[in-house]
Design a protein around this ligand. Structure first.
Ligand code: AMP
Length: 209
């Protein structure tokens, strides 16, 4: 049995067609079921649908053999214990800094709100900019509007969320897409099954280009 941990939401939505092309389909309607472990129709795979930030943890500890989550989450998690053999080229977006439209950043130390504490720290350290990072778990756009932060670091896709809140993107930190990650022990123990899955997913990704 192979266990695949998949990030909920946008990534799950974009992953299901790729998995279907690789012959893996959930045996239950994911939008209805309350089950946390969903077997595949083929009976050889279990799917666990979890928060993006938990995917690297599950895979690192071998609770899942394989995971699918965003590059943002993987860089923030910063583990040497995962193989990352395939860019699935889905849920593409950009990790950016953003500010209230037209507002300049203050001189000196700035306050930055983000859920990506480590990524944010590294980015501003490289620029030689002193920052105080305010860790938030969501609705980052709110922080500059209520005076909690001077800018934010968040994912931007269409830019509509920023615009709707009177903000604009400033600098690109990195381009993001979802990746396939694999537990190192599983790679040895379940080599054939994982190799076959990776190859089928690669074909599905290539077919989409
Ligand atoms: P948008 O308004 O299209 O720029 O989307 C921005 C909002 O969607 C922000 O709240 C982001 O955190 C979130 N978002 C954008 N792209 C992704 C993605 N690929 N995965 C997860 N969240 C995303």
């Amino acid at each position: 049995m192979l266990t695949i941990a998949i990030s909920k939401g946008r990534i799950l939505k974009d992953t299901l067609p790729l998995l279907a092309e690789a012959g893996i389909e959930p045996s239950e309607d994911l939008s209805v079921t309350r089950k946390l472990i969903i077997p595949s129709i083929c009976g050889e795979v279990n799917l666990v649908i979890i928060r993006a930030t938990d995917v690297p943890t599950f895979v690192e500890y071998g609770a899942a053999d394989v995971g699918i989550t965003g590059k943002d989450t993987l860089v923030e998690h910063n583990s040497d214990n995962l193989y990352e053999p395939l860019d699935l080229e889905i849920a593409k977006c950009r990790l950016m800094t953003a500010v209230v439209t037209g507002r300049e950043l203050p001189v000196g130390k700035i306050r930055v709100a983000s859920k990506y504490v480590s990524l944010t720290e590294q980015y501003f350290a490289k620029k030689g900019q002193q920052v105080e990072i305010i860790k938030l778990y969501g609705s980052m756009e709110l922080a500059p509007l209520v005076g909690l932060a001077d800018c934010i670091v968040d994912l931007v896709d269409t830019g509509n969320t920023l615009k709707a809140n009177g903000m604009e993107p400033l600098d690109l930190i990195m381009n993001i897409s979802s990746r396939l990650v694999i537990n190192k022990a599983s790679m040895k123990m379940k080599h054939q099954q994982i190799k076959a899955l990776t190859e089928k997913l690669k074909i599905a990704v290539d077919n989409r280009r």
